[in-house]
Unconditional design. Sequence first.
Lengths: 253, 252
Amino acid sequence: MTRNAAISLTRVAVIVGSVLLVEILCQRKIISPLVMIPPSEMATSLWRLFKTQKIWDDIAQTFSTVALAFVLSVTVGFALGAIIHALPRVRRAVDPLLASYYSIPFFVFYPLLIALFGLNTIPLIVIGFVFATAAMVISTLTGLDRVPRVMTKTARILRLSPTRAVWSVTLPSAAPYLFTGLKLALAYSFIGVIAGEFILSGGGLGFSIAYAYNDFDSQTMYALMMFVLVIAVVMNGALHLWEQRMLKKRARA
Amino acid sequence: MTTQAWSGLNTRLFDGLVLVALFLAVWQGLYEYAGDSALTSPLTTLDYASSLMKTANFWTHAQATLVAFAYALVISIVLGIVLGLVLGVQRFSGDVAEPILVALYTIPKITLYPLILLIFGLGVSAKVAFGVIHGVIPIILFTLNAVKNINPVLIRTSRVMRLSPWQTASTVLTPAVMPELITGVRVGFSLTMLGVLIGEMFASQRGLGFLIINGINLHNVRITTAVILIVVVFAILANGLLLAFDKRMHRG
């Protein structure tokens, strides 16, 4: 067995083992049923929820909001990153801002956004967007910084037009960093939207968790919590695999 | 200082001022657009924030936040560094754990709030726990990667010198990973604070997070905007200090 296979197997064993441990602790009532229900019960409860229309509405609402926030943050973040990269003086001025960006607790702005835009999906999109954009800007800047000088020089020697140089030289060499930006932007817009829904909103998965919690409906609450957790992990895992494959292809080329 | 350095400093100062002015202009613009029911203008907010900071009531709330934050930060740092060192030294466990930790980092931890509350009950410990689950993972990840990327010669030397595991950790590993550790602590600092504030926004009767959400519920726009300003300024100042320290460690 190779080392990588052993690592993956152990990882799966650790995850399965911890779920089983929680299951046993809950079944034996060592963890009180008032605190947490067994994972198997969460799964059956989630299965029941899937048969209702409500959860599909929630899923549709949350994911369309996340998708909008994600697309906006990636486009704007990339454009801003490219512009800032081209203007060194602007860059020097905004550098401290970018370095301390994530020290600002953004969720405190969320109530303010509701006051500004009303209780609808706009504040959710804005909070997801604001939270995710800086990650994309920073990744774009890093990516453009790491384009090897040899590459840009070669492009000039080959007399590529600016668009072709960007398309066939700059973008491919910055790609791994841009991909990191995409990954972070997706995670951050997901966190931002769910958190906003949880704090104050009229629909979506985060709202339904908060609602079930206030309603002492721990069956629904834990089922939805498990769903969000699984979605986040699967999303992350898929992107990780895609990235690995991309990197391997580059290494071969 | 040479004239050139002076003019460089001057341009930077000027650019910084332009940035601040731009920010204030956007704020004023939003105020003009949304009016008094949504937020207060920069001038009123500054005025109100300074008078707020003279009241005893504000400081009891600020103290509640700071105490919970201090506990959460200490726990995050100690736990994060210890776990990070262990997982960094034990290569195999580190490789097993890293993707799990990254996945945990990307889940919206806010959804775990009900669970935390059911375990710890209302009060300081729930806030602290919420701060810790936000702050500890980045510290573990930074420490882990710092240990993993240590120059192998250092470790071989410590083995040649027959240092005990404790001596190795204290005299070789810790100094070698220090710069990365500081970066991890800086990131952990911000996230712990975010966690504590969010914790206060839901289930607490004290603290700055509570003041913000309470202001919203009572439609007291002045207090919400002022407290947000104070929190953000504090966060940026603290981060600026840590950032300066961070840069110095990486240079030295």
